[in-house]
Design a protein around this ligand. Structure first.
Ligand SMILES: Cc1ncc(COP(=O)(O)O)c(C=O)c1O
Length: 360
């Protein structure tokens, strides 16, 4: 019998951070950079109120939330597009701009989703080298050819936690050919409090060849609702809107997000918590002689070469103790693990388990 045959998919599957280990639900999940404190209680309240009515479709354009975002960040609501996670914005960008044999530049250690969607559209991925786990603008520029269509960049970057300063990212845009689209992913921007840094949205608001993305999955604690957004010129947003699936964001997500974004005091609580634990983690891991670099997000990257232990062993030991962290093999970073900052109790348990491994 001849059966329907799907197209050959030339890509890789995204392997999500585990929440189960050996079939058992893990108590402590520090593998997906989700918020430590969870969503604002105001967002939860809104979610519960709205989620009772699921007979009706949501507003397909998310007009109310776009207005809230426009007011909050001083933007044009017509240039905002909402996605089922910022993931969907990357997907739409790839579908709208890429064709077979185009080239897409991504830093060598960057968020895997960029290359997955690019490959699905037939593009070739070109990796730019990093300097000490920091994106190198010079190297990106060296990789540009006449086939280059898009440059993807998260700032701060996942999984390295490092950032590039505003001068450098402005220089990148200036030196890139004007018809190369720059995508700046602001997923972790809230955690960086340095004068030398500015999020993509602030720098490129008025550029016609940059797309900026933001997510409600990280600091806002709404990962399970799947909601993110993008901002760009009317032309680019118009192109993305043409292919955006209708009703792509559910009503509870739209309303929870609009409450979350207005709860500044909750946001600051999460930022202070993460900054406090970033310092503690840094000191503790230094004491254990584990290599880490200074991070500007809600996770740390650990390398175990100096302590001569295999990261797989550390991963398994932690997982057997009920703590899931992220292995870095899919990201191409050897002998390393990425650990999300969790709640006080979770972080304390992680440190105590790590001390057991390293006899500190
Ligand atoms: C760099 C980066 N961008 C975006 C996201 C979030 O994607 P989404 O908004 O689809 O949850 C993540 C989550 O891991 C990320 O690390």
């Amino acid at each position: 019998m001849r059966l329907p045959k799907p197209n050959k998919i030339i890509s890789e599957k995204y392997v999500a951070g585990l929440s189960l280990f050996k079939g058992k639900q893990s108590k402590i999940k520090l593998s997906a950079n989700e918020s430590a404190l969870g969503p604002s209680p105001k967002a939860v309240k809104e979610y519960l109120k709205v989620s009772k009515n699921f007979k009706r479709y949501p507003d397909s354009d998310g007009t109310f939330l776009r207005k809230v975002l426009a007011k909050k960040f001083n933007l044009d609501p017509n240039r905002i597009i909402l996605g089922s996670g910022s993931d969907q914005i990357f997907e739409l960008v790839c579908k709208a701009f890429l064709k077979k044999d185009d080239e897409v530049i991504v830093p060598e250690y960057s968020f895997i989703i960029y290359r997955i969607y690019s490959k699905m559209c037939g593009a070739k991925i070109i990796y730019s080298k990093e300097n000490n786990f920091t994106v190198s603008v010079e190297n990106i520029l060296k990789k540009v050819t006449r086939k280059t269509k898009i440059v993807f960049l998260a700032n701060p970057n996942n999984p390295t936690g490092t950032f590039i300063d505003k001068k450098k990212i402005l220089l990148l845009r200036k030196k890139l050919r004007s018809n190369i689209l720059l995508v700046v992913d602001d997923a972790y921007y809230e955690y960086v409090k340095l004068k030398s840094y500015s999020p993509g949205l602030e720098l490129f608001k008025n550029f016609k060849n940059v797309v900026m993305t933001r997510t409600f999955s990280k600091i806002y604690g709404l990962a399970g609702l799947r909601i993110g957004w993008g901002y760009s010129s009317r032309n680019i947003i118009g192109a993305l809107n043409k292919i955006k699936p209708p009703f792509n964001v559910g009503r509870p997500a739209l309303f929870a997000a609009s409450a979350a974004v207005r709860d500044i005091s909750w946001l600051n609580k999460e930022i202070n918590h993460v900054n406090k634990w970033n310092n503690i983690f840094h000191k503790e891991f230094e004491r254990m002689k584990i290599n880490t670099n200074k991070t500007y997000a809600n996770f740390v990257l650990l390398n175990f070469d100096k302590v001569k232990i295999n990261s797989k062993k550390v991963f398994n030991f932690l997982a057997n103790s009920g703590i899931l962290v992220r292995r870095m093999d899919p990201y191409g970073i050897k002998n390393s693990l990425r650990i999300t900052i969790g709640k006080n109790k979770e972080n304390k348990k992680l440190i105590s388990k790590m001390k057991n491994i390293f006899n500190v």
